[in-house]
Ligand binder design. Structure first.
Ligand SMILES: [Zn+2]
Ligand SMILES: [Zn+2]
Length: 320
């Protein structure tokens, strides 16, 4: 029997198994995706308008960058910087508008996957080991139910936050106020592009990044002894499209770091936003790769950065 390790929010219990379980169709998740994909497609066909396309681009950018990447991922999940409560709630609300999960669901999905990937054996669902179509089906339409799961604990400060609780319990309904505003401004064209197409593209895009970033590709570092590695998707256009989340190899190496594009020529728009928030006096305590001791097993891969010698952490001038 494999020995299991606990992580920050995931506690291994006697009898816990990281591998025994079933992949089951998740009706709500699946129908949510199909409905938005269908309506989004209808929007493109029925209303091929530049203004509606602009609404889609702007709202997708704001919700993915400020909401998902900075609010949910870098702030709520990793606490890679500190922000006042009102800003945390605003960013988390924007992240909920992505349509993937509420604050608790997002923490859980992220941390359970991370927990799985830190065990000696990781099943194919949380490791994205299946091929393109099968993994798409598993991640966008199914869930992996463990027979004997570990205990999952979200910190009390987040769990008791009345705003986060309200958003979590009304996850899908959160699209309605936005849809109402969009309808008032631009009719059904704006609603279909600005809500449905955006949600479908965001969900599919998030899956695609997760799929490719756990299979093969560029790595600045690797974490020895783990069954699953993170990889960078090293195209500058992908860095802009994903707001820096493409630097996933770096994220596995330095999960606490607010900066994901830690090396030269690794644009990281999400980190630019964090920097802007610091400049505006709204964020502080930004954590970078060197803010924590290196992860166990962290090893440099490939050519050393031009800015410093090969080492387990990037030289300080990379992010100065
Ligand atoms: Zn990962
Ligand atoms: Zn993460």
């Amino acid at each position: 029997m494999q020995s299991l390790v606990s992580t920050e929010r995931v506690r291994v219990l006697p009898g816990t198994s990281a591998t025994k379980g079933r992949i089951v169709w998740d009706a709500t998740k699946s129908l949510w995706f199909f409905a938005h994909a269908g309506l989004g497609l209808a929007g493109v066909v029925l209303y091929p308008q530049p203004d509606a396309a602009a609404v889609f681009v702007v709202l997708t950018g704001v919700t993915i960058c400020a909401g998902h990447s900075v609010g949910m991922h870098r702030l709520l999940i990793h606490r890679s910087f500190a922000a006042p409560k009102w800003l945390e709630r605003l960013l988390v609300w924007l992240g909920t508008l992505v349509g993937m999960a509420g604050p608790f669901g997002m923490i859980r999905a992220h941390d359970m996957r991370d927990w799985h990937q830190r065990q000696s054996v990781c099943p194919p669902h949380p490791s994205h080991a299946a091929g393109f179509w099968r993994d798409a089906w598993w991640q966008l339409h199914c869930r992996f139910d463990l027979d004997r799961p570990p205990r999952f604990e979200i910190e009390a400060e987040v769990l008791r936050d009345p705003f986060h609780r309200a958003v979590e319990s009304t996850l899908m309904l959160q699209q309605l106020p936005l849809a109402a505003v969009l309808y008032a401004v631009g009719g059904w064209a704006f609603v279909l592009w600005g809500v449905s197409l955006r949600v479908a593209v965001s969900l599919a895009g998030h899956w695609a990044v997760g799929h490719y970033a756990h299979r093969r590709g560029h790595q600045g570092w690797r974490v020895e002894g783990l069954p699953v590695q993170g990889y960078d998707l090293p195209h500058p256009a992908l860095a802009i499209l994903t707001f820096g989340e493409n630097w996933h190899g770096n994220h596995h190496a330095f999960p606490h770091s607010a900066r994901l594009g830690v090396e030269p020529r690794q644009p990281d728009p999400g980190f630019w936003l964090v920097r802007a928030l610091v400049w505006l006096g709204m964020a502080r305590g930004v954590r970078l790769p060197g803010s924590e001791p290196p992860r166990e097993g962290l090893a440099r891969v490939g050519p050393p950065s031009q800015n410093g010698p090969s080492s387990s952490t990037p030289s300080a001038d990379i992010w100065a």
